[in-house]
Design a protein around this ligand. Structure first.
Ligand SMILES: NC(=O)C1=CN([C@@H]2O[C@H](COP(=O)(O)OP(=O)(O)OC[C@H]3O[C@@H](n4cnc5c(N)ncnc54)[C@H](OP(=O)(O)O)[C@@H]3O)[C@@H](O)[C@H]2O)C=CC1
Ligand SMILES: O=C(O)C1=N[C@H](C(=O)O)C[C@H](O)C1
Length: 326
C-alpha cells in the first residue's frame, strides 16, 4: 500500500503506528479474522498436477505444520519424518492421515540419508530456526537433497556458498507470500531503474511479528536493501521490532486472533525538508499465504531438479516469473 500525504505536512519521525493507534485505527491495516479457505483436495490434485515426496523440517513449529498441512491439501506425498532441536523428543505429529515421527539432532544424518535413498525425488522444506539455517543446509547439500529454505537468518553468504560448492538445488527466500514477493520484486526493479531517486530522504522501518519470532524480519531487510539503492542509507539497528502483544493490539492494530501469527511491516520515508512523505505497508495475518507459496516453491524446484536445469539456486521471484504461484 502506498500513501502520499499532501506536502507541508510535518510527520513525526517515530512510530507512525502509534499515530494510527491514536487515530482510532482509521488507517490501521485490515485483516480478515477467518483463516483462508482450504483448497479442496480434489481441486488441488486435479488432472495435470504433480505429486512427489516432500519432507518438512520443523513440523513442531507453526510454519512447518502449516506447510505440511498445505502439502497434504495439494496432493503431495508427505514423508513421515521431521526433526527437532531437542534430543529427547518422543513425539509424532498427525497431519491428515500421516503420523510424522520427530527425531532429535543426533539422528538427523542417518534418517535423512535413508530418506534420500528411499525417496530419490524428495524435496526438503526447512522452517526451523535462524541458528539452524547453515548446519541444516550443509547437511542437505552433503546428501544431495534439494531444499526450499523458508527459515530466515543465519549466515546468508555461507548458505549460498554451501549450495554453490555442492552444486545442490535450492530455493532460498525470506518471503513466500505471492503478493509480498511481487512487492519485493517491484522494489528491486524500482531501485535498479531509479538509483538514488530518494537521496536525502529519511527512512523509518517498523515490523511487528508474534513474540516467538527470534530474528529481525528478513523481508524488511530485503526491502531496505532496495531503499539503500534508492539512495537512503539505513542502520539496521534502528529498525523498530515489536514483539509485545499489548503493543501489537493497541498500537499496531493486529487483530487479537492473529497476535500469535502475523507479519506487519511499515516503511516511512520523509524528504529532507519534511514536505514529502511516502508510506509502504504489507500486513499479513496468519500463515496460509506463506504455506501455499512454499508448496508452489517446492513444485517449481521439483520440476527444475527433474529437468536437470543448469541453474541451481532460485528465489521466489523465479517462481513468480515462471507462473508457478497460485
Ligand atoms: N519464508 C517465509 O515466507 C517465512 C519464513 N518464516 C521463518 O520460518 C522460521 C520458523 O518460523 P515459525 O514456524 O514461525 O517458528 P516456530 O518457532 O513456530 O517453529 C520453529 C520450529 O523449528 C524447530 N527447530 C528449531 N531448531 C531446529 C533444528 N535444528 N532442527 C529441526 N527443528 C528445529 C523448533 O522446534 P523444537 O523446539 O522442537 O526444536 C520449532 O518448533 C523463522 O525463521 C521465520 O522467520 C516464517 C514465516 C514465513
Ligand atoms: O517469522 C515470521 O513470522 C515471518 N518471517 C519472515 C521474515 O522474517 O521476513 C516472513 C514474514 O515476515 C513472516
Amino acid at each position: 500500500m502506498l500513501s502520499l500525504r499532501p506536502p507541508h505536512t510535518t510527520f513525526p519521525r517515530t512510530s507512525p503506528w502509534l499515530r494510527w493507534g491514536r487515530l482510532g485505527g482509521a488507517a490501521a491495516p485490515h485483516c480478515l479474522s477467518a483463516a483462508a479457505p482450504a483448497l479442496a483436495p480434489e481441486t488441488a490434485a486435479g488432472p495435470g498436477s504433480v505429486s512427489f515426496p516432500i519432507l518438512v523440517n520443523g513440523c513442531t513449529g507453526n510454519m512447518g505444520l502449516s506447510v505440511a498441512e498445505a502439502a497434504v491439501r495439494r496432493g503431495l506425498h508427505l514423508v513421515p519424518v521431521s526433526f527437532s532441536s531437542r534430543e529427547k523428543v518422543k513425539t509424532t505429529i498427525q497431519v491428515g492421515q500421516t503420523d510424522i515421527r520427530i527425531y532429535g539432532p543426533s539422528a538427523r544424518e542417518d534418517v535423512l540419508s535413508s530418506v534420500a535413498d528411499e525417496f530419490p525425488d524428495v524435496i526438503v522444506v526447512d522452517y526451523t530456526a535462524p541458528d539452524s539455517v547453515n548446519s541444516n543446509a550443509e547437511l542437505y547439500c552433503k546428501l544431495g537433497l534439494p531444499f526450499v529454505m523458508g527459515t530466515t537468518g543465519g549466515n546468508q553468504q555461507l548458505l549460498y556458498k554451501s549450495v554453490q560448492d555442492s552444486k545442490n538445488y535450492a530455493l532460498i527466500s525470506p518471503q513466500m507470500g505471492k503478493q509480498v514477493v511481487a512487492f519485493l520484486a517491484i522494489m528491486r526493479i524500482f531501485a535498479e531503474q531509479f538509483p538514488g531517486a530518494f537521496s536525502g530522504y529519511h527512512l523509518e522501518v517498523l515490523e511487528s511479528h508474534q513474540a516467538s519470532k527470534k530474528d529481525t524480519s528478513g523481508t524488511a531487510k530485503d526491502v531496505i536493501a532496495s531503499f539503500e539503492k534508492l539512495g537512503v542509507p539505513y542502520d539496521m539497528n534502528r529498525m523498530v521490532k515489536i514483539r509485545d502483544p499489548d503493543q501489537q493490539l493497541e498500537m499496531v492494530g493486529v487483530p487479537k486472533e492473529h497476535i500469535e501469527g502475523h507479519a506487519f511491516h511499515l516503511y516511512h520515508l520523509t524528504s529532507p525538508d519534511d514536505s514529502v512523505s511516502f508510506e509502504f505497508q504489507h500486513n499479513v495475518c496468519g500463515r496460509s499465504i506463506y504455506a501455499e507459496g512454499t508448496i508452489d516453491a517446492a513444485i517449481f524446484l521439483h520440476r527444475k531438479v527433474q529437468s536437470k536445469d543448469s541453474k541451481r539456486i532460485y528465489d521466489m521471484e523465479d517462481v513468480l516469473r515462471e507462473g508457478y504461484m497460485r
